[in-house]
Design a protein around this ligand. Structure first.
Ligand code: CU
Length: 159
């Protein structure tokens, strides 16, 4: 249900929505960044820590990733900070749309396969198959966090 509501909100904000002629933000549509993966197919586990720093930044460590097209990755994510954080994996324009929605509706949660929200001290996983080459974003879209530094890049090599 949460995901469905989010989809509607995104559709309302999306400017690229009209071009597709489909219900935008709809789940089950192919995403440029790839698709949910199966753990059995994963060839690499990448550990990512999320936390605030003493000088007021919020960071993913590491924040840049290089993978290969076709690869399934387990992102093993730990919130080592004191606030809730999110790990959202998507193409940059989707991340920015989603960021705008979150700024309007900060309590919104999502349970999409490409995103996870973790309370302080929690750990979780995103298992993802990168089906397209290109550069994609990871981001925490809790309001203010992206602008405090909480984003990174995933480069997918291969045609
Ligand atoms: Cu955050």
């Amino acid at each position: 249900m949460k995901a469905a509501i989010f989809g509607l909100l995104v559709a309302a904000l999306a400017t690229s929505a009209l071009a597709s002629g489909n219900h935008v933000g709809g789940h089950g549509e192919a995403m440029a960044v790839g698709e949910p993966g199966k753990k059995a197919n994963a060839t690499q586990t990448i550990r990512v820590t999320m936390k605030e720093t003493e000088d007021g930044k919020m960071l993913f460590t590491p924040s840049t990733f290089k993978v290969r097209k076709g690869q399934t990755i387990v992102f093993a994510i730990k919130n080592a900070g004191e606030l809730d954080h999110e790990f959202v994996l998507d193409q940059e324009d989707k991340v920015m749309e989603h960021k705008a929605v979150m700024e309007k509706f900060p309590e919104m949660e999502h349970d999409d396969p490409n995103a996870i929200r973790l309370a302080a001290g929690e750990s979780g996983e995103i298992i993802w198959k990168f089906t397209n080459g290109g550069t994609f974003k990871i981001a925490c879209l809790v309001p203010g966090h992206y602008d405090a530094g909480m984003h990174g890049d995933v480069t997918v090599a291969g045609k």
